[in-house]
Design a protein around this ligand. Structure first.
Ligand SMILES: [Zn+2]
Length: 163
């Protein structure tokens, strides 16, 4: 063992960005690959690649969901897949002027809740191709699918349909 009481760590020119002194707030880089399973929702994401929207239907009470759901929130029973229509109507909408890092470059963008004929719950997606002043509750919209899948919920979006 070598003992060196005058040892020093190497000094570098690398510093830290300080945003505030009291309380002390500094910038740190953080990056991570996140591997996760879509588990029971996998079929929904695979179907987007086939330009299909899949909803779920309760095997026991028949409640229909416009989203993937493994079990019924009304009675707790297992659900089964069924294909949703590619057209629906705007139930409600909002314009996002801020978003997470991935969506920030696209702001402002419109989010809609889509209502499908005969389906008990709604589906949330982005609406492309309509300005805020053109958005109307009840307007007809059609699902479109990315050609280059990201295998995430943004693989589907909606566009207005002229009536
Ligand atoms: Zn049910």
């Amino acid at each position: 063992m070598t003992i060196n009481p005058s040892a020093k760590m190497e000094e570098t020119q690398k510093g830290t960005e300080v945003y505030n002194f009291d309380p002390l707030i500094v910038k740190s880089h953080y990056e991570i690959d996140y591997i996760h399973s879509y588990a029971q929702d996998s079929e929904f994401f695979r179907a987007l690649g086939k330009k299909k929207l899949m909803g779920s239907k309760c095997k026991k009470c028949g409640y229909t969901y416009g989203t993937p759901r493994g079990h019924c929130m009304m009675c707790g029973a297992e659900t089964e897949w069924y294909q949703l229509p590619n057209e629906g109507r705007v139930h409600t909408f909002t314009t996002c002027f801020f978003g997470s890092e991935e969506f920030l470059p696209e702001t402002p963008f419109n989010l809609i809740m889509v209502e499908f004929e005969g389906v008990n719950s709604l589906f949330m997606a982005r609406l492309i191709g309509a300005e805020l002043e053109d958005l109307k509750i009840g307007m007809k919209v059609r699902a479109k699918f990315r050609r280059n899948l990201r295998i995430n919920p943004t693989d589907v979006y909606f566009v207005p349909v002229k009536e």
